[in-house]
Write a protein that binds this ligand. Structure first.
Ligand code: 48H
Length: 259
């Protein structure tokens, strides 16, 4: 019995890895913006792979605010919540509360169920950068990096990479640290996240969602950070809108390339 169990897991997992060595989109980071983007892309037949460094995807959504696991959204995202079967309760002045566990688990379920390949416990440590284009990511086990083990990585090749790593914007950071690139951002360079301003942050994370370098998109808190915009605290409507916008732009770009 033990042999059969182990063989089944190894066969399926390596099949998943092999199938995603070359893919349409690699999303780095399984927070709300990355997860919803993965769900929307996969639902539309785009071959999508999501790399999450931690054991469980969900990012900053599980914890709500100060571990109070309730989040707030604004009325414009209610159609998204309805589409994902996430319940909400009216608060004041156009704001709604959502159970963080219900919302996070719904996003994870939908991304996986629509067919996005999710790899957890694996971190992006570098990008593939060729002919002035990002064309994939370099990955390794998160514990390998944490233990400082000298182990060489593997690569995932993709047409598009999305940096959905939240506050640290790790994909953009590594690209700019290692390569003399100009980004499609104010000042052509990566900026740093500003202090809390919920109105400005919510607007900016959607506005700056997009392609900032050939092959490289940013979403969510990463879009906010690299554009030098503000953080917004425990309101998550912008993260969902950003992920949906990233999926729309990526679909348009892939459709253009295939014509
Ligand atoms: C693999 C990685 C790597 C790596 C990081 O932070 P997230 O939840 O991301 P967003 O942008 O979808 O949502 C942001 C939101 O949660 C938030 O922090 C808000 C609203 N803050 C406001 C405020 O004022 O503080 O998720 C990012 C995910 C995490 O799960 C990381 O573990 C993962 O990315 N990640 N995965 N390789 N190198 N770096």
């Amino acid at each position: 019995m033990e042999y059969t169990i182990s063989k089944a897991i190894c066969e399926r997992w390596f099949e998943k890895l092999q199938d995603n060595l070359q893919t349409d989109v690699v999303i780095v980071g399984g927070g709300p913006s990355g997860l919803i983007c993965a769900a929307e892309l996969a639902a539309n037949g785009i071959k999508t792979c999501l790399i999450e460094g931690k054991l469980a995807p969900g990012g900053g959504m599980w914890g709500g605010a100060m571990l109070f696991n309730t989040i707030v959204v604004q009325s414009e995202v209610l159609p998204i919540l309805d589409r994902y079967g996430i319940s909400y309760r009216q608060a004041e002045q156009g704001f709604y509360t959502v159970d963080a566990v219900e919302a996070t688990s719904a996003l994870i379920y939908r991304a996986a169920h629509e067919g996005a390949a999710i790899f957890s416990g694996i971190s992006m440590e570098d990008v593939l950068h060729k002919d002035e284009r990002v064309c994939g990511v370099v990955i390794n086990w998160t514990p390998v990096a944490k233990l400082g083990m000298h182990v060489d990585p593997l690569s995932l090749c993709s047409t598009i990479v999305l940096d959905a790593t939240g506050h640290p914007s790790e994909v953009v950071s590594v690209l700019t640290r290692k390569n003399p690139v100009q980004l499609n951002l104010p000042g052509n360079t990566m900026a740093y996240e500003g202090s809390m301003n919920a109105e400005a942050g919510e607007k900016a994370c959607v506005e700056y969602t997009g392609e900032i370098y050939p092959g490289l998109y940013v979403s969510g808190m990463a879009a906010c950070g690299v554009s030098g915009s503000n953080r917004m605290g425990p309101i998550f409507g912008g993260m969902l809108l950003s992920g949906v916008k990233a999926a729309t732009l990526i679909r348009q770009s892939l459709a253009g390339g295939r014509q």
